[in-house]
Design a protein around this ligand. Structure first.
Ligand code: MD6
Ligand code: FE
Length: 215
């Protein structure tokens, strides 16, 4: 069961999605070209790859990381690792612009002094989706998550604390940022299958990156 939400805000507006969750419309619009260049440098070193879940499925979303820790999954389970299993090397460093955006977005949502140590980068192509999940592999659940959307639009599903709770459908566009923490930190969420709506800068791709404080 889905509940329609229409947070079609203007750049600079803040739509609450919960007591401690906000959609910051167009928050990174001034930086999107620079972010794209930084992401190209990161994926040149640690490419996007379609990982295998413990359930034996290959994810439709391509994934990589930057920061001291990176999120990975294989048939044995999920974990954070300092080493990219594909290259055997540390993940690329978190660029300063990423750290600044993460801190300022968190602050705008009411979370002071957010310093992430991990940034998970997802690439969606038409048809890719992310099933409902909780982000609960982080040791420090007092820190929020900051999630940046670039490229093609998507519908973010924002549920409750049980998988069966009804979900809100939240349109996320190029330049939008979602921040959530506090009592909303463990809510189920996912992304509906993307439709092909090519973007002038990113073509038929959506890039999402989420900053976390793991340790
Ligand atoms: C995405 N995002 O938007 C997937 N998780 O592509 C997430 O799974 C996510 O956006 C935690 C907090 C914010 C998010
Ligand atoms: Fe998530």
């Amino acid at each position: 069961m889905s509940l329609e939400l229409f947070p079609f805000g203007q750049a600079g507006e803040r739509t609450p999605l919960g007591p401690s969750a906000f959609l910051l419309h167009g928050f990174v619009l001034p930086h999107t070209a620079q972010l794209q260049t930084l992401i190209q440098a990161i994926t040149g070193q640690s490419p996007f790859r379609n990982m295998l879940t413990p359930g034996g499925y290959t994810m439709t979303v391509g994934l990589t990381n930057c920061g001291t820790l990176g999120w990975t999954t294989d048939q044995h389970g999920y974990c954070y690792s300092p080493i990219d299993p594909m290259t055997g090397l540390p993940w690329p460093a978190l660029p300063n612009l990423f750290l600044t955006i993460a801190r300022e977005a968190a602050q705008t949502a009411g979370f002071e002094d957010f310093v992430p140590d991990a940034c998970l980068i997802n690439r969606y192509v038409p048809g890719a989706r992310l099933s409902l999940h909780q982000d609960k592999n982080e040791r420090d659940l007092s820190a929020p998550i900051v999630s940046v959307s670039l490229g093609m639009p998507a519908v973010f599903l924002f549920g409750g604390h049980a998988r069966s709770d009804k979900t809100a459908r939240v349109p996320v566009k190029h330049g939008d940022v979602v921040v959530w923490g506090g009592e909303d930190r463990l809510r189920y969420h996912g992304v509906m299958p993307l439709t092909d709506q090519p973007h002038p800068l990113f073509g038929s791709e959506r890039i999402n990156f989420t900053f976390r404080k793991v340790r």
